[in-house]
Design a protein around this ligand. Sequence first.
Ligand code: MG
Length: 458
Amino acid sequence: MRGSRILSTAFARPNLTALTSSSPTPSQVSRHIRSAASGLPRTTQKHAPTAQFSSAARRTGSLNTCNRRESRKYGTKSGRNEAPPFAFAFDIDGVLLHVATPIPGAPEALKFLNEHNIPFILLTNGGGKHETERVKDLSQKLGIELTTDNFVQSHTPFRQLVEGPDSLREKTILVTGANAEKCRLIAEAYGFKNVVTPADILKAHPEVFPFEPLLDTVYTATARPLPKPIFTPGSGMRLSDALKIDAMFVFNDPRDWAYDIQLIVDLLLSQEGYVGTYSPKNGDSALPSCGWQQDGQPPLYFSNADLLWSTGFHIPRFGQGAFQAAVAGVWRRLTNGHELQRRVIGKPYSETYHFAERVLATHRHDVLTSLGHHEPGTLKSVYMVGDNPESDIAGANDFKSDAGTEWSSVLVRTGVWRPELAGEKALQGRFKPKVIVDDAREAVRWALKREGWKGPAL
Ligand SMILES: [Mg+2]
């Protein structure tokens, strides 16, 4: 059954200690992402109004003290006017939207939270656009004002990798995705200085992919000159003069799988990431992992592990996880069964939840202090509302909050999970949500009741 396949295809977590390249190790990067997330970059002006704040301002006119008081409508069991100790995290595809169409009840739920100053973030495994562009697009589709302050998409944590002692800012990285040129522009906006795309390499050396590329017109239109030439054996070229890739990033779902897999595997087999080389350590049984990925090859990052996702079509479609499975499958065949060492962020991986919790804490603090709550207090509960047991639900269930916040998983019936295909009995262990509800609006209603909400009904 398709449904059971959805639930049975979680990828093994990457071995975080086995990759021993001279580039930043995965554990270093993991630490880096988590530590850097504590000082989150602000993509809007520090004192710019948040979505909740600005929407409250429009409703109540100028935000004098009286209006601020009136805008606080949170009610507790005790009846005191306290800051809400709970918040929400919403997935987007299959929860708020089906591609471009709002799912009934979802815009109303977000508007309700805005009106009552209950903080939320959008936490999506989607990507491919810069956060600013994506938030603008979402605001139009949902008919509600959103900001980048409470928005985390799959590749947002990558921007942390330009900071710190292991910074990749000045290094050369390869990026690919649905539109690799757009991914390059996003990476450059994050601060990466030297970004190469598959188009650049193909334009300079068409022989790397001896077939007619599917995306030839795109490649031709977007290719930039390589910062250094590709190493050619016998040419007298010194290795240090050749193009070296220090990290590879899959920003979102690639289109030209054949070429992208070829290029990624070339680099996984290379000597220290020099394009056009082949490591002498490959297959050496005297070395750990028979020498595979033991010669300073660039780490490979995926931003999203979702095998399937919900679209306008009635059967779920392949996501980036399918591409990852293809790369890993080719790698196993080439290496006689060795597991591909790679880094995966996005839901359900904890790095993304740690990052999201930091974003939510900062956002909540800004919202509530702007409304006069000088000490917003502890965030006790976060309700993760999602449609995918493998990502949204498993991630929330697995997550161990640094702040002691309880993350509760809420599964909706509007997305990729279909009870008629998978059945509720298939939701076992880490895939089992705290509750299953019809849609996002029902999810908020359930959480409000659980929190003892005394305000107006949604
Ligand atoms: Mg989804």
